[in-house]
Design a protein. Structure first.
Length: 340
């Protein structure tokens, strides 16, 4: 391994996980030469289409240690909450938002609002609040959280990363061997790309289709179980969404669009006066458990430390900074153990 000042770290993937991890590595190893390689950036990434509301879903993180998951969530929240109250909030795409989540008893059996002690003012809805919208569910909670809009947050991360001397390279990799000769440590944040890049067949695509609409009078987020949500963002309102497991159809389905809009209007009747701007389709890179661990990549006579940080599915934004902290610590441990 190269000496600390010449340490070459390659991060594969430029979504919210990859860019967060690359930036965090720079923060704790400021002399390392960190390069991000990816074939998709910005609008092309799954992260760009994410609703981005901080609302981590524990039922989608089966197999991971609960205490570790809670640490990822808390560490991510601390960063987002600080940014949302800073002068950088506008540039970073951060805002604070309040709203409601309605559900039934069956939903409650499988959903743990474990983030209730992290977000602000988490409480049960009053009877009056239960009747505010087109809600047909018997239960509801209200809370204040943060919205992280990746259309701004990804460029914000990239700007910080390159300002620190990092390099971003557009390149499609078919094998880690393509970067092994010029790497001391490789960090795999390739999301669903890990299925082909390292042969991880446990990766599962979960298709998501959402509508972006102009409806600036809507100010609160509203969820109904897992099936319907309306979230006001900076420029558009997000109307979602589908969760279609093992579905890799990238085309926009008119029937999904119609269903999403119909359900959204039922939930928030004032949405009916909104104007659809565009429809987005993407695949959440799901894995049970999320893979965040140290591995070794063998390349000829070299044994290259390989850090995996992927498989976050629909929790990518909510977990990104917390997972980046742990992944960067694994990188730092590799450097320490090499005694350089």
């Amino acid at each position: 391994m190269e000496r600390r000042g010449n340490l070459k770290v390659k991060v594969i993937g430029a979504g919210v996980i990859g860019l967060s991890t690359a930036l965090r590595i720079q923060q704790i190893l400021p002399h390392a030469k960190v390069t991000v390689l990816a074939d998709k950036f910005g609008l092309e990434t799954t992260s760009d289409g994410a609703a981005g509301i901080y609302r981590p879903t524990l039922s989608l993180m089966k197999g991971n240690d609960l205490n570790k998951v809670k640490r990822w969530c808390k560490d991510s929240w601390n960063r987002y909450d600080q940014l949302a109250r800073s002068k950088e909030a506008r540039e970073a795409g951060l805002s604070t938002i309040s709203g409601y989540h309605f559900y039934d008893e069956e939903y409650a059996k499988n959903y743990d609002f474990f983030y209730k002690d992290i977000v602000y003012q988490f409480r049960q809805c009053t009877p009056k609040e239960m009747s505010m919208f087109g809600n047909s569910q018997p239960c509801g909670v209200a809370y204040t959280t943060n919205l992280i809009e990746c259309r701004w947050y990804l460029p914000f991360l990239a700007k910080q990363f390159t300002a620190n001397g990092g390099k971003i390279v557009k390149r499609r990799l078919s094998s880690l061997s393509e970067v092994a000769d010029d790497s001391d440590i490789i960090v795999n944040c390739s999301g669903f790309g890990s299925r082909d890049l390292i042969g991880d067949k446990t990766m599962v695509p979960i298709r998501g289709q959402m509508i972006r609409a102009k409806a600036p009078w809507i100010k609160n987020f509203v969820f109904s179980g897992h099936t319907s949500w309306v979230i006001p963002g900076r420029e558009t309102v997000i109307v979602g969404g589908t969760r279609q497991v093992n579905d890799t159809d990238f085309t926009i389905r008119a029937e999904d669009t119609d269903s999403l809009w119909e359900n959204g209007v039922k939930l928030v009747p004032s949405l009916a006066g909104g104007q659809k701007e565009w429809v987005w389709v993407g695949f959440r890179p799901h894995r049970s458990p999320i893979r965040l661990e140290r591995d070794t990549y063998k390349h000829g006579n070299k044994q290259i430390p390989l850090i995996h940080n992927y498989g976050h599915g629909g929790n990518g934004v909510s977990l990104s900074w917390g997972c980046a902290i742990e992944a960067a610590e694994l990188v730092a441990n590799c450097v320490t153990e090499s005694k350089l």
